[in-house]
Ligand binder design. Structure first.
Ligand SMILES: Nc1nc2c(ncn2[C@@H]2O[C@H](COP(=O)(O)OP(=O)(O)OP(=O)(O)O)[C@@H](O)[C@H]2O)c(=O)[nH]1
Ligand SMILES: [Mg+2]
Length: 293
């Protein structure tokens, strides 16, 4: 039996979280078309007869000087230190640039086994894939490269075969049914953030963070009661999220309700969602420490 850990790293929006969800067959990590969606190191667990692969999804590696970006970078890089292998996800639909070079430099320095997955095969031409592969291979010539679509679940079996070759013999770290180890409050807050992000554009997705303030079970009523705050940086952003006549917040609540219900299928679910303004939270080191830990 094999058992090991793998960090997934790559540029923002390359499809890391989509890939971890496809592999682990569950909603491990939220996804969005806007970059810098993932903000924490998030574990997704895959188990079959071969053994167990424990993936860490990381924030997209983005070169930036702001405190917020630096913390995300740090989370991604720190995740590389404790793993048996690194799965580097490259977006085939974008020409490799400075960020790829920076990532390649970092992962090479770890001296850990690297596997490359060039993603979004479904989006691009064969030529584009070849160009991308040639560029990546010129930097990482001794590394296996696979072409996949995380969205369509193609090419991923080959990646798993390669990863199982690399990880050591060992016993299962998690039970077979476990696909993530995230605390419940965190999972719920992330689902709500995903639904809020999907309603807004430009800078607003980055200005959102969600906190669950109450989570109460009632044995008698067989129910769970959740109160959560969607925090934004400005009054105008609050207005946009709430929407005309509360339409926006209603949509977020309905969409989040559907996903959160899957976590509590047999309980009655109550969700109380509020929007709050936390000016400049991305510059507040104490808050960042709490949110991005
Ligand atoms: N067409 C296509 N789209 C994909 C594929 N994989 C991911 N996407 C899309 O790419 C966008 C980004 O996906 P994510 O999984 O959130 O990317 P990420 O690398 O986790 O992004 P960050 O967390 O911001 O670093 C989403 O709109 C996904 O639906 C794929 O294989 N094909
Ligand atoms: Mg992500």
């Amino acid at each position: 039996m094999k058992s090991g850990s793998i960090a997934i790293i790559g540029r923002p929006s390359s499809g890391k979280s989509t890939l971890v969800n496809t592999i682990c067959e569950g909603k491990v990590s939220i996804t969005a078309s806007t970059p810098q969606t993932t903000r924490n190191a998030i574990k997704g667990i895959f188990t079959d007869q071969r053994g167990q692969l424990i993936f860490t999804d990381t924030p997209g590696y983005h070169i930036g000087e702001k405190a917020f970006n630096k913390r995300l970078q740090e989370t991604a890089v720190t995740s590389l230190s404790d793993v048996d292998a690194i799965l580097y996800v490259v977006d085939a639909s974008r020409v490799p640039g400075a960020e790829e070079v920076a990532i390649i430099d970092i992962i090479r320095k770890t001296r850990k086994p690297i596997v490359v997955a060039i993603n979004k095969k479904d989006l691009v031409s064969g030529n584009q894939i070849d160009t991308c592969k040639t560029i990546i291979a010129s930097y990482l010539n001794d590394v296996p490269i696979f072409i996949i679509s995380a969205k369509d679940d193609t090419g991923i079996d080959e990646v798993l075969i390669e990863l199982f070759k690399i990880v050591p013999e060992g016993s299962l770290m998690y039970s077979e049914e476990t696909f993530t180890d995230q605390p419940l409050e965190f999972r719920i807050s992330e689902i709500i953030r995903e639904k809020a992000i999907s309603l807004v554009t430009e800078e607003i997705p980055h200005a959102i963070f969600v906190e669950v303030s109450d989570l109460e079970y009632s044995e008698i009523e067989q129910s769970v009661w959740i109160r959560a705050f969607i925090n934004v940086e400005r009054e105008t952003q609050k207005g946009i999220l709430i929407g005309k006549g509360g339409e926006g917040i209603k949509k977020i609540r309905q969409r989040a309700f559907k996903d959160i219900k899957k976590i509590f299928p047999s309980l009655q679910l109550h969700i109380d969602l509020r929007v709050k303004v936390q000016p400049k939270w991305r510059q507040n080191e104490t808050l960042l420490g709490r949110i991005l830990s």
